[in-house]
Design a protein around this ligand. Structure first.
Ligand SMILES: Nc1ncnc2c1ncn2[C@@H]1O[C@H](COP(=O)(O)OP(=O)(O)OP(=O)(O)O)[C@@H](O)[C@H]1O
Ligand SMILES: [Mg+2]
Length: 270
């Protein structure tokens, strides 16, 4: 599975899958959580990934990682260290070859693919280095399209799209085609799209990799604001300046995770 596959960004719940799992999902979603301390949104226990090859590649060694609801965590590491592998696992785009991943209290390892797809559409927004916008659709249409599979009527989809575009300061470019937008504006359309379904988690894979430093700053400021508004952010980057903005940095090297020093604003004491 590659990060360039634009279709991954859009939820693809089939009518069949939704019918199969709706009852189960509703039951799980309603189960009350213990109210002690900050809730873990992400919990990885022994999660590892070995690509089958040949030869097999152990891209992620079994890791333990907890991200609290509302946290902003950076994952920093050089090229080939396993960052996208980890993001694909966290985003339920791939299943780990070992360990258990709880997302918002749901054990995702035991889930059928259709249920994982549904959970992904419900909880996770993605932004990548490339914006993956549909070239012949306006900014509003690009955002609204992401809600097609959620069963939301067209008018409401467009209304949500406009609201999200306004949130990322693109209210004046609602009808613009991507080719007429700057790189930073395109990435903000992609952020609006990631936010359309009100996710709990924003997964970012080098979102400023294609942007000049001034434009990157504006995109990162938008992400800062979303975090301040309560969104949990996981930022994958090889850039230490980008990682500085997070509350906590975790380094990854040769598929091995290590908790780094706290950077940026101090996280709450455990
Ligand atoms: N589908 C695959 N099959 C086999 N090996 C893979 C596959 N995808 C990635 N790898 C290998 O797993 C390791 C981690 O790759 P990954 O894409 O996670 O790195 P990364 O940290 O995201 O790198 P970059 O910063 O260049 O994007 C690399 O050695 C890579 O070659
Ligand atoms: Mg990568």
């Amino acid at each position: 599975m590659t990060e360039n596959d634009a279709t991954l960004i859009l939820p693809t719940v089939t009518a069949e899958g939704a019918a199969d799992d709706t009852a189960v999902f509703a039951r799980v979603a309603e189960s009350p959580e213990a109210d002690a301390g900050p809730r873990a949104l992400i919990e990885l226990d022994g999660v590892g990934m070995t690509y089958p090859g040949p030869p097999p590649v152990e891209a992620l060694k079994p890791v333990r990682l907890t991200v609290a609801d509302g946290e902003y965590v950076a994952i920093v590491g050089p090229s080939g260290s396993g960052k996208s592998t980890l993001l694909n696992l966290l985003g339920l785009l791939d299943a780990p070859t070992s360990g258990t991943y709880w997302l918002d209290g749901h054990d995702t390892s035991a889930m059928k693919e259709s249920m994982r797809t549904r959970l992904r559409a419900d909880k996770i927004g993605f932004i990548f280095q490339s914006f993956h916008l549909m070239a012949h659709r306006t900014a509003t249409e690009n955002v609204a399209m992401s809600l097609v599979y959620q069963g939301i009527p067209r008018r409401r989809r467009r209304q949500i799209a406009r609201e999200k575009l306004e949130l990322v300061n693109l209210g004046h470019r609602l009808d613009a085609l991507p080719t007429t937008l700057s790189g930073g504006e395109r990435q903000r359309v992609a952020i609006a799209r990631a936010l359309a379904a009100e996710p709990s988690l924003l997964l970012c894979d080098e979102p400023t990799g294609n942007l000049d430093s001034h434009t990157a700053e504006a995109v990162l400021a938008t992400i800062d604001e979303l975090h301040a508004g309560g969104l949990t952010v996981l930022m994958i980057t090889h850039d230490h300046d980008v990682a500085e903005r997070a509350q906590r940095a975790v380094t990854i090297r040769d598929g091995e995770l290590r908790e780094g020093n706290h950077v940026g604003a101090p996280a709450e004491a455990p």
